[in-house]
Design a protein around this ligand. Structure first.
Ligand code: FAD
Length: 369
């Protein structure tokens, strides 16, 4: 059910702040468990970063260009088998940089082949590297750094370091001096069982998610910002949204971590140790995107599904997130490929860099049609 602040009731079992993928999933799960749920979203549409926009005949996905296979399990478990069935593998991932030009399916077996054939790495070494990445756990030794991992398995093999690290560094900002755990998790998620996207695109996904939320009785209030989480006797007891107090037995926040802790809740409600931990969290990279739409009838040559490029002669973990960013990724949408009814070709070019290094630069470079 859709609502605005005037049509909301005075209390709900749970208020979920933010309708990104996380907030929508929490709201749906709570509703299917029998709770009366209010989902607040300050924007005028669902999705958060998982969004899209239209320009004339074109449609551009902003995020969700590629994700790990685990997303299919998540959709099946928390949403529906139908949504899960639309998760499809992107098998043509390209790397173009001054050190190598190659294609991969982004699966462990294919990387092992490339490591052996192109870079002379024995199969056992490659397998041991994949095994170690998979086995890294938060309760293990966190002193192992990404640098140690590469020194152990591929000492002095710069192109291999680039092949296995550059895309993760580019996507997450991880450096050689970061804990190997951060790298291992992302690497194992993305570069062992392939990389996937969604048939029908983000526009269809959001229609389907909304339908499920409504079917399960979630009240959705768009253009409704939570201003404050209300507390009683030290426990969250509701929210103030668009100036109105709404009671709840629990509040789930999908808003930014620091915003939730320090603005919505207020530091006085956060245990001191936790507040410091939250302060220490560094927020992720900034992304600049250029959207390119082609005229009707344009058939693109085979550029791959995703193309990773870098102009750096050798991979430098710090330079990969500097501004201007030397690395780019191009997500290529061929006519009728991911959106069977859509006959236009589109490309989304993305470049990332650390926020602090270009905070004064625009966050979107431009859009071209
Ligand atoms: C440009 C870009 C490209 C990406 N590409 C990929 C990709 O290819 N593959 C991949 O796996 N991931 C990708 N990601 C990451 C992925 O999109 C995000 O990790 C994911 O969508 C985050 O979901 P979330 O629910 O955690 O948060 P968000 O999407 O940030 O959702 C938070 C929601 O809370 C709302 N909100 C915040 N404060 C309030 C408030 N006070 N009151 C009400 N509402 C509030 C916001 O408006 C937002 O809708 C990309 C991200 C970006 C930005």
């Amino acid at each position: 059910m859709s609502a605005n602040t005037n049509t909301l009731t005075d209390s709900y079992d749970v208020v979920v702040i933010g309708a990104g993928l996380g907030g929508m999933t929490a709201a749906n799960r709570l509703a299917t468990s029998g709770h009366n749920v209010l989902l607040l979203e300050k924007h005028n549409m669902l999705g958060g970063y998982a969004t899209y926009f239209r320009r004339g005949p074109h449609i551009f996905d902003v995020a969700l260009h590629a994700f790990p296979v685990g997303m299919a399990k998540t959709f099946r478990k928390y949403w529906s088998a139908d949504i899960a069935s639309r998760v499809v593998q992107l098998k043509r991932i390209r790397f173009e940089n001054p050190q190598f030009s190659l294609r991969s399916t982004f699966e462990a077996e294919d990387f092992l082949r490339i490591l052996a054939e192109r870079f002379g790495v024995p199969r056992e070494t490659g397998e041991a590297f994949f095994r170690q990445c998979r086995s890294l756990n938060f309760y293990d030794d966190r002193h192992l750094l990404v640098r140690d991992l590469f020194d152990k398995f591929f000492p002095d093999n710069r192109p291999v370091r680039r092949l296995l690290l550059e895309t993760v560094a580019y996507a997450t900002g991880v450096h050689l001096d970061d804990p190997a755990l951060c790298y291992g998790i992302v690497f194992s998620n993305f570069m062992q069982k392939g990389t996937y996207s969604l048939l029908g695109g983000t526009d269809r996904l959001l229609v389907d998610l909304r339908r499920e939320l409504e079917k399960n009785g979630v009240t959705i209030a768009l253009r409704t910002a939570a201003e404050k989480i209300l507390f009683r006797d030290g426990r969250a007891a509701g929210v103030r949204a668009n100036g109105r107090d709404i009671a709840a037995r629990a509040v789930v926040s999908n808003a930014n971590l620091k915003e939730t802790a320090f603005r919505l809740a207020g530091e006085e409600h956060i245990p001191a140790g936790l507040a410091q931990d939250i302060r220490d969290v560094s927020l992720s990279l900034s992304v600049a995107q250029v959207y390119i739409g082609f005229k009707a009838g344009t058939e693109l040559p085979d550029l791959g599904d995703i193309l990773f490029t870098s102009s750096e002669p050798d991979f430098d973990d710090r330079a990969s997130t500097a501004f201007p960013p030397p690395s780019r990724s191009y997500s290529i949408y061929y006519p009728r490929h991911l959106r069977p009814d859509h006959d236009r070709a589109e490309i989304v070019a993305s470049a990332r860099s650390r926020q602090a290094e270009h905070r004064k630069q625009p966050s979107v470079l431009g859009a071209a049609t």
